[in-house]
Ligand binder design. Structure first.
Ligand SMILES: Cc1cc2nc3c(=O)[nH]c(=O)nc-3n(C[C@H](O)[C@H](O)[C@H](O)COP(=O)(O)O)c2cc1C
Length: 194
């Protein structure tokens, strides 16, 4: 079993990593994010669009889980699921092969029933079936016919994180890590090193 000494001996940021020159970063964080996401996809990172979604409930209790990124554009980062009301969230991406982390924070907007339904219906039938029945299927024959149609769970919601602060972290084998932060000022973005 791994013990403390074993864990301490495990490398972090070992081997060749990309060099990130913040002077060449994009003016907008969504653009910079898409550049890094494309690099992760090109490098063959498994589930490069998986991210940790952290939220706080009205009693102040913190919760975090993995969800899939649905879209990124000027308005923000989108995910979907059955989450009820969400005031704010932080999304964390980690691409170990590149030694890169991106943190995206801001208030959350729940999108309309129409957009939420469109997101659900864009999923493959087998995945929809699982979400509707709450069970995993074992064979395609077990997909109830109706669920391959246009049924949508009524709580299914598409959410947009209206990002107002984004941090790009580039790890370095010599610990000269680079952290670039974008902060929203109205329609404009200010960026600076941390
Ligand atoms: C790789 C991966 C992707 C996932 N994608 C989603 C997703 O897009 N939406 C979602 O609601 N849950 C997704 N889940 C499940 C969530 O992590 C979580 O277990 C579930 O949504 C229940 O969360 P809750 O306790 O906050 O309700 C995913 C899990 C994994 C491991």
């Amino acid at each position: 079993m791994p013990n403390r000494a074993f864990l301490r001996a495990l490398p972090v940021f070992a081997g060749a990593l990309p060099v990130f020159d913040p002077d060449t970063a994009a003016d907008r964080p969504d653009t910079q994010f898409l550049i890094w996401l494309a690099a992760a996809i090109e490098a063959g990172v498994r589930e490069p669009h998986a991210m940790t979604l952290s939220t706080v409930d009205p009693t102040g209790r913190l919760s975090a889980r993995t969800v899939i990124l649905k879209n990124v554009d000027k308005s923000g980062w989108q995910f979907a699921g059955r989450r009820g009301e969400l005031a704010a969230a932080t999304l964390t991406f980690y691409w170990p092969d590149q030694g890169r982390q991106v943190r995206v924070a801001g208030p959350v907007r729940a999108e309309s029933a129409e957009l939420s339904a469109a997101d659900f219906l864009a999923r493959p039938p087998s995945v929809r079936s699982e979400a509707l029945t709450g069970r995993s299927r074992t064979t395609p024959e077990q997909i109830p016919y109706a669920t391959t149609g246009t049924q949508v769970p009524k709580e299914w919601t598409l959410y947009t994180v209206l990002a107002d602060e984004i941090e790009f972290f580039q790890g370095d084998p010599d610990r000269r890590h680079v952290r670039l932060r974008y902060v929203r000022h109205g329609e404009a973005w200010k960026r600076g090193m941390l």
